[in-house]
Design a binder for this molecule. Sequence first.
Ligand SMILES: O=C(O)c1[nH]c(=O)[nH]c(=O)c1Cl
Length: 311
Amino acid sequence: VNLSATFQNHTFANPLMNASGVHCYTTTQLDELLASSAGTLVTKSATMAYRQGNPKPRYRSLALGSINSMGLPNEGLPYYLDYVLAKQTQADVPTLFLSVAGISMQEDLDMLAQVDQSDFNGFTELNLSCPNVPGKPQVAYDFEATEKMLDSAFKLFHKPLGVKLPPYFDLAQFDIVAKILNQYPLAYINTINSVGNGLYIDVDSETVAIKPKGGFGGLGGAYVLPTALANVHAFRQRLNDSIAIIGTGGVQTGADVFAHILAGADLVQVGTQLAKDGPDVFARLTQELSDVMAQKDYHNLSDFKNNLKEL
Ligand SMILES: O=C(O)c1[nH]c(=O)[nH]c(=O)c1Cl
């Protein structure tokens, strides 16, 4: 069984990587991802400067997934840009992903300009879907703002660019958003981000689970797998073939990775399960994916990618 994944003319040993925001805040964590069986990595979404983020507890692992309202804590763009620039010169390091999430459109543009002027040779991910900055609605739920953002971004950014999208829940919205995205030379979309503003309640203590926003936070894990698969498949059916898809959301097993690829994903990210199990999760998931493929007599990802059958 061959797990190698091609993605916009780059090849990875396998289709698995972390989701931004999980195990990717520090160079120590990022190095642990590189040392793991993951095919590549993405850095925590950066703002221009260091950001403390929301008060703790701001992440909780739950039986069926996770809830978070981190509030974009990060070391600042220079920290992550330095990391990927240093790593990309080393042999045996795969093409890397750098995530940016400005608090404003201007901050996004300033960061994209800085990356564009650098020697970074990997993929830049513009996060349009952070649900946890109080007072800042998700850009990607505002279709006009999304169009304006992408217009401005592609005027100044000349390297491969992807966007991180929130989940959509309405077929008409898939049509509208895909129509907007197809206007741009995007390298990829990454779908989904956490399902925004869920509320976990602990009945014994009669309290919420996290401190920020009265307990409201983005959901991940098993809770969101069907939503993630729907968004991957809906966009695969609507986007130009030139736009690749990273599938994110709800991956716990190799079968879940298989399902994301069957739905049309070219790469697959792991968040909540990585937070629970640590980087060893990638050794398990690659083995399980390989086992599922072998049982079905598939030898390459292309044997079943985007091959979901209807009834
Ligand atoms: O609160 C966060 O930092 C956060 N949390 C998420 O679940 N998705 C995001 O894109 C971000 Cl930026």
